[in-house]
Design a protein around this ligand. Structure first.
Ligand code: NAD
Length: 369
């Protein structure tokens, strides 16, 4: 038995019940479920409910704190520093973005730094929150956890994590353009998913402990940390350079912690720090020009003759299209691999063991194939 499927609404309810059982209030539990199930719907299983076992470990180790709120700790004009207070990322990032959105609506722009948030998941979710309010957003995010995974360009040892870069652009007559990717060749969670499924990762994504290219995700899960491999940045030196900027703007500038050993003091938590530039495109003074030029340019790009890869994709896509297509495909059922499912069942059992209740095993609600 390799895969389970589950209706999104059933999965959502189970996630809410699990977080409620662990002590979250209804709002926090619902935001967690909204975000994690949405990540699965968009096809990013690496950032979906498969993260829950890690969150539970972090919670049980008293690293992740439930019931925390995002707090404004500094402001100067359009600049705003917010502390996530080690709270659930799905909740404190939502609050921080809401504050930035309100400021950008009022003042035209808000440069918001969020520090000390537990894993904020799929960052595109936050760009979509801004886009739904008619705002452009640009996000530089760093990741801080127990150990580095990604090697700098030219390095044979990991020094940082998968620092995502994200841009959301709302359009009046079309869905938003959402660029949202890890600066590693593949997201860290995708290495975990490949390892759980027993599949290989694409070439160019990993090196072993000796710096040699490999497609075996197992090199990242060795028991001896000294023999652990590393992920590679995407696009060689360019991905590395962007990851560096995410670390400097996302963490150092926002008051957050960069991925130095001195800052990696916790065992299970995944922390994110994020700089978000949120602004109102309607106040750029370009009016109709933006919509006209954007539409014309997109049409021009899509008119290119297709390659074999383009034919396989069904045409030229825009950033954000694959996630929309996935949402449609998965609207009735979300697949969950067997290893992830057993980790989720175990997470529910640990919540029951510590807090005295849980929604029970997720596998009991899923269909198996
Ligand atoms: P990915 O490689 O799947 O790339 C996704 C991006 O590429 C999206 O913007 C998508 O719309 C676009 N895209 C994909 N195919 C396209 C096509 N044919 N044409 C045009 N655009 C296309 O993403 P990833 O690097 O695996 O990252 C996955 C998720 O992981 C992201 O949501 C990211 O925010 C998240 N992430 C989070 C953290 C964290 O610490 N919170 C860290 C790393 C990554």
């Amino acid at each position: 038995m390799n895969e389970h499927t589950i209706a999104p609404s059933t999965l959502h309810r189970w996630v809410v019940d699990l977080f409620r059982a662990a002590g979250a209030d209804a709002r926090e539990a619902t935001l967690a479920a909204d975000h994690l199930v949405e990540a699965n719907l968009t096809g990013h299983d690496s950032h979906g409910v498969g993260m829950i076992p890690r969150y539970v470990l972090s919670l049980l180790a008293d690293e992740l704190k439930l019931g925390r709120s995002a707090k404004v700790v500094h402001e100067a004009g359009a600049l705003l520093a917010i502390d996530g207070d080690r709270g659930l990322g799905q909740s404190v990032a939502h609050q921080a973005m809401q504050i930035a959105i309100e400021r950008a609506r009022r003042d035209g722009v808000c440069v918001m730094g969020l520090k000390n948030a537990h894993h904020i998941g799929r960052v595109g979710h936050w760009a979509e929150q801004a886009a739904a309010a008619g705002l452009v957003s640009i996000h530089f995010t760093n990741v801080n956890a127990a150990g580095p995974l990604v090697a700098p360009w030219g390095g044979a040892q990991a020094r940082f994590l998968t620092n995502p870069f994200t841009v959301g652009i709302p359009r009046a007559d079309a869905p938003p353009v959402v660029l949202d990717f890890a600066t590693s060749a593949i997201a860290g969670g995708k290495v975990r998913v490949a390892h759980n499924k027993g599949t290989k990762v694409p070439p160019g994504a990993l090196i072993d402990a000796d710096g040699r290219p490999t497609e075996d995700p197992g090199v990242m899960f060795t028991s001896d940390p000294a023999r652990r491999g590393a992920q590679l940045p995407f696009a060689e030196h360019k991905g590395y350079a962007l990851a560096m900027v995410c670390e400097l703007l996302g963490a150092a500038l926002t008051g957050g912690e960069t991925m130095r050993p001195e800052n990696s003091t916790m065992k299970y938590a995944v922390w994110n720090n994020m700089l978000a530039l949120v602004f109102d495109p309607a106040r750029m003074g370009t009016g109709e020009h933006f919509e006209r030029e954007a539409r014309g340019f997109v049409d021009w790009v899509k008119s290119a003759r297709l390659s074999d890869a383009g034919r396989a994709l069904g045409g030229i896509l825009l950033p954000g299209d694959p996630e929309r297509i996935s949402r449609e495909r998965r609207a009735a059922a979300i697949p969950i691999d067997a290893e992830t499912m057993s980790q989720l069942d175990a997470a529910a059992a640990s919540v029951a063991g510590r807090f005295g209740g849980s929604p029970g095993p997720l596998s009991a609600l899923a269909t198996s194939a």
